[in-house]
Ligand binder design. Structure first.
Ligand code: UDP
Ligand code: MG
Length: 342
């Protein structure tokens, strides 16, 4: 790489190559607009101003069933500086992002959603922050224009994640980011198969900073994240970053055991004293005791199950994704150009 790092200030100068990873799942309605916005953002003049010598798009078609892959392949055929990885089925957003990162070899790599909820224009500001010496620049959602229930679910998730992981994992930041090549290498080298990229990104460290933005509504198509998928994203995220829930379940078992012992003691005292209302109070206490302990046990089993299940999946050591086909500009047009334009 030609980028020069100033050892004192951490600032970077010189030309840089940028890869943009874009997971795509049935986004045919959004793609033309996406290409348009990327072309405007990375016009030859804008690229030159930011010292970008090449901008390559890495699309990952996550087992989609619409014409997204065809549309992208056509753009590549027309000369767009892009690569298309077609996964063999729908492996999920997180796996698609990881597939893209694994194929990036540029000086810097950005990750954005295909639906334009992550404004591509912001990548240019992220590049400036990278030039100032930051290795990771992540987008922080100041406001989300979305279904209020989803906004609340995300709000609660990030706070729960931070509490449970006992770390400073950034709040309200999704996969939208810019990563230095060193960070991408470090993330790709992590061995786990159940991958939560924004957790891995936090975990690898380096110099990280956030950039705030208002997240617009999805302009085309519908969200590919129903609540069921959001729930598994949240539990995968928590389990991949922290084992604190296991500790909480241990604490819960100890405290409910103590509460049960206390209740039994009260029950014994009431019976010994043979109070007139003794039987009723005794039954109530027994029921309470059973309820509390079984609720705690079930919760502990649930938490334990969440980790045992994931350990089982990791032990199987299956790949995070399978690529069915790769289409790249180099293969289609061996002599091609240098900008993401078609
Ligand atoms: N996506 C994907 N695989 C999936 C679901 C989503 O690659 O199984 C992609 C999707 O095409 C989009 C990004 O991941 O580019 C984020 O998805 P979406 O916009 O539906 O999520 P939301 O913004 O509603 O949380
Ligand atoms: Mg979206």
């Amino acid at each position: 790489m030609d980028t020069i790092l100033d050892q004192k200030t951490g600032a970077r100068s010189g030309p840089a190559r940028l890869d943009i990873v874009i997971p795509v799942y049935n986004e045919e309605a959004a793609l033309n607009h996406l290409f348009e916005r990327l072309e405007q953002t990375f016009s030859p003049q804008a690229m030159a101003e930011n010292g970008l010598e090449r901008v390559r798009l890495i699309f990952v078609d996550d087992g989609g069933t619409d014409s997204s892959a065809m549309l992208i392949a056509r753009r590549i055929q027309q000369g767009a500086d892009a690569m298309l990885l077609c996964l063999s089925r729908n492996f999920g957003h997180q796996s698609a992002v990881c597939a893209g990162l694994a194929h990036s070899d540029a000086d810097i790599t950005a990750v954005i959603d295909a639906d334009l909820q992550d404004p591509p224009e912001l990548i240019q500001d992220m590049v400036k922050l990278w030039r100032n010496g930051n290795d990771v620049v992540y987008g922080m959602r100041r406001r989300r224009r979305e279904n209020p229930l989803k906004v609340f679910a995300y709000w609660a998730f990030y706070r729960l994640l931070r509490f449970l992981s006992g770390s400073d994992v950034p709040l309200d930041s999704g996969d939208f980011c810019l990563l230095d090549a060193e960070v991408v290498r470090a993330m790709n080298a992590l061995p786990e198969k159940l991958r939560f990229p924004r957790g891995l990104r936090y975990w690898v460290g380096f110099r990280q900073t956030g950039i705030q933005y208002d997240r617009p509504r999805r302009m085309h198509g519908t969200s590919k994240y129903p609540f069921k998928k959001l729930y598994s994203l949240a539990t995968d995220g928590i389990a991949s970053l922290s084992i604190k829930p296991l500790k909480i379940s241990q604490m819960l078992s100890i405290s409910t055991a103590a509460a049960a012992i206390l209740l039994i003691a009260i029950l014994l005292i009431i019976n010994v004293k043979n109070m007139p209302s003794g039987i009723d109070a005794g039954i109530m206490l027994i029921l309470l005791c059973i309820l509390i302990t079984s609720a705690a046990q079930l919760l502990s089993i649930y938490i334990l199950g969440a980790y045992v299940g994931r350990t089982y999946l990791e032990v199987k050591n299956r790949p995070t994704y399978i690529i069915r086909e790769t289409i790249s500009k180099e293969e289609l047009n061996p002599q091609g150009g240098q900008s993401p334009q078609s």
